[in-house]
Design a protein around this ligand. Structure first.
Ligand SMILES: O=C(O)CCC(=O)C(=O)O
Length: 283
């Protein structure tokens, strides 16, 4: 699966892995692709994947086979996903791997770990890292990540086409008639919306800032990993998106206000003041 990006698009800028710092993540105002990070493996064969994921259950939203959540054992999933004519609905992007043993094969960039408030509360610490296993032909329509978190994704193998629109445009891209974001494939995408696009390749890490609307098409089988993040400098954006989710009755079960207060309990006073201001009287 691929897509034609809309005409008003610019390439996602690239930065070297050593230039990625907590301060960059705090101030992130556009997507970036991080290159040259030497820590992750270059290759992960199906057998090695099975050994690493041994005993892990994978919740998969199988878009083509019944459009429903399915629970797979890792062994069965890897066999189905690695098969020559794999169902393009087999796309694992949000199965979280909290155990620290996975740091050896799916590491988290040190700047990401240092900046990520989600690591500082037990209710959200598992969002730190997820595994990515995508069959060729998968397509994830335009969406915003839950709770206004940002997302990152590193590819060990394969490639993915990403298109992103700024968080400030999200409200205008919401289609109340369909109860979903506009989708350029179905013709309800407004004219002239500026976007960023990139083909994320093996060895690269995509960083999608909090609140950005994005879609992803996968033309070839992909192995990778990623996670959700929210840095101190992006809390106001996160709260804005969470409030929108609440207004649309689409918010998850977490008391995110409470998570943010806990996660910033040891932060500097100016950060705590910013969180209090963003949350207002939210309980
Ligand atoms: O890779 C994909 O198909 C979707 C990734 C994505 O949009 C996400 O993780 O938020």
């Amino acid at each position: 699966m691929t897509f034609s990006p809309n005409p008003h698009t610019t390439p996602v800028p690239h930065i070297d892995w050593q230039a990625l710092t907590p301060a960059v993540l705090d101030a992130l105002a556009a997507p970036v692709v991080v290159t040259g990070w030497p820590a992750p493996p270059r290759h992960l064969a199906a057998d090695a994947l099975k050994a690493w994921l041994d005993g892990q259950m994978l919740w998969v939203y199988a878009r083509n086979s019944g459009d429903a959540w399915q629970e797979w054992t890792a062994d069965d999933f890897v066999d189905a996903w690695a098969a020559p004519n794999a169902d393009p609905g087999l796309n694992v992007v949000d199965v979280y791997l909290q155990d620290r043993r996975f740091d050896a094969v799916f590491p988290v960039h040190p700047a990401m770990d240092a900046a990520n408030l989600l690591n500082r509360d037990a209710r959200t610490a598992h969002y730190r890292r997820s595994v990515v296993l995508t069959a060729p032909g998968a397509y994830t329509p335009m969406h915003v990540d839950s709770y206004g978190c940002g997302g990152w994704m590193y590819l060990i193998e394969g490639e993915k086409h990403w298109e992103l629109a700024h968080a400030d445009l999200a409200l205008g891209l919401w289609d109340a008639a369909t109860g979903d974001y506009a989708d350029p494939r179905t013709g309800n995408w407004p004219d002239g919306v500026p976007t960023w696009t990139t083909t994320l390749r093996a060895g690269e890490m995509m960083i999608c800032p909090p609140g950005f609307v994005h879609r992803v098409a996968t033309p070839v089988r992909c192995v990778g990993f990623g996670g959700a993040f929210l840095p101190e400098g992006q809390v106001a954006r996160g709260v804005e998106v969470w409030r929108r989710e609440q207004a649309l009755d689409q918010a998850g079960a977490l008391n995110f206000a409470d998570v943010l207060r806990q996660a910033t309990a040891a932060s500097k006073p100016d950060v705590q003041a910013a969180v209090a201001a963003a949350l207002g009287h939210t309980r």
